[in-house]
Design a protein around this ligand. Structure first.
Ligand code: CP
Ligand code: NVA
Length: 304
């Protein structure tokens, strides 16, 4: 095992050039699929999918992507594998990676994913941890480009929780060279180190309405992420001024887009009027999970 294995644990695992090429490939793979072109380069290749949290989009997009490519995907839940019974992560990584060609993991602690990758002999993809959700950003950038062209030099606003999605937006601002205005309640700010590393690609605003002013893209996410269900009631109070509604969208540029990784809670972080309105591109964003992750699978499998 002398060859360096490429993993996708955060957006920073790929260079700006690689990420931009991957997005171009995602556009191409989408066109090919719309034209019913068959492209099956990964016959007999198997993706192992470890899910320790729920998922609709991530599971279906990865599974469908592998089927399109002529390969297969195996869904592994902790409920019916030894993963949920305390088998050491290092052992699971060695065993699973000796059988499958590529692995994606959705889990809680980011360190668990890092340990898994360290002991894996095949590429590992972060399908969401408490700290990051990089796959979603591939779809978001693809979607922005589809509607408005390059995001380079544009300004996006992140309003809500300083969570996994926010952290991946911060990394995206670095890699895709755009400006990110961030507004969260003071006690729910993003990780200080992740913010510091982004330098002047980001700016923090205490007032969410200041953050969205004159932006090209407005993004939010749930106020209580998976694993934080017990905090839901408290968070509803703390985040109540951080809702994306018509007033907030009116402050952004007139052609600004609205994105949300979904699932969404209408009436909480976003109003129905906005998410179901003309500026919202959330359905394209969800669909592009499929195309951009196919580009990611191809990138990693071709280098494995
Ligand atoms: N956006 C996203 O990751 O959705 P799922 O939780 O349904 O996979
Ligand atoms: N921040 C959300 C994203 C869901 C796709 C969560 O972690 O639950």
């Amino acid at each position: 095992m002398n060859k360096t294995i490429r993993h996708f644990l955060t957006l920073l695992d790929l260079s700006s050039e690689e990420l931009n090429q991957l997005i171009q490939r995602a556009h191409e793979l989408k066109r090919m699929q719309k034209n019913n072109e068959s492209y099956t380069p990964f016959n007999n290749k198997v993706l192992g999918m470890v899910f320790e949290k729920s998922s609709t989009r991530t599971r279906v997009s990865f599974e469908t992507g592998m089927i399109h490519f002529g390969g297969q995907a195996i869904f592994l839940s902790p409920r019916d594998t030894q993963l949920g019974r305390g088998e050491p992560i290092e052992d699971s990584a060695r065993v699973l990676s000796s059988m499958v060609d590529i692995i994606m993991i959705r889990t809680f602690e980011h360190s668990k994913l890092q340990t898994f990758a360290k002991y894996s002999s095949v590429p590992v993809i972060n399908a969401l941890t408490d700290l990051y959700h990089p796959c979603q950003l591939l779809a978001d950038i693809q979607t922005y480009e589809e509607h408005r062209g390059s995001i380079q030099g544009r300004t996006a606003a992140w309003v809500g929780d300083g969570n996994n999605m926010c952290h991946s937006y911060i990394n995206a601002a670095r890699r895709f060279d755009f400006k990110l205005n961030i507004s969260t309640p003071d006690t729910f700010r993003p990780d200080a180190e992740i913010m510091a590393a982004a330098g002047d690609h980001i700016e923090f605003f205490s007032d969410p309405m200041e953050a969205v002013k004159n932006t090209d893209l407005v993004v939010t996410d749930v106020w209580a992420s998976m694993g934080q269900e017990d905090e839901q009631a408290e968070r509803m109070q703390v985040f109540k001024d951080f809702q994306i509604n018509a007033q907030a969208m009116a402050l952004a540029k007139t052609d600004a887009l609205f994105m949300h990784c979904l699932p969404a809670h209408r009436g909480e972080e976003v109003t129905a009027e906005v998410i179901d309105g003309a500026q919202s591109v959330v359905w394209d964003e969800a669909e592009n999970r499929l195309h951009s992750q196919k580009a990611l699978l191809e990138f990693l499998l071709q280098r494995a």
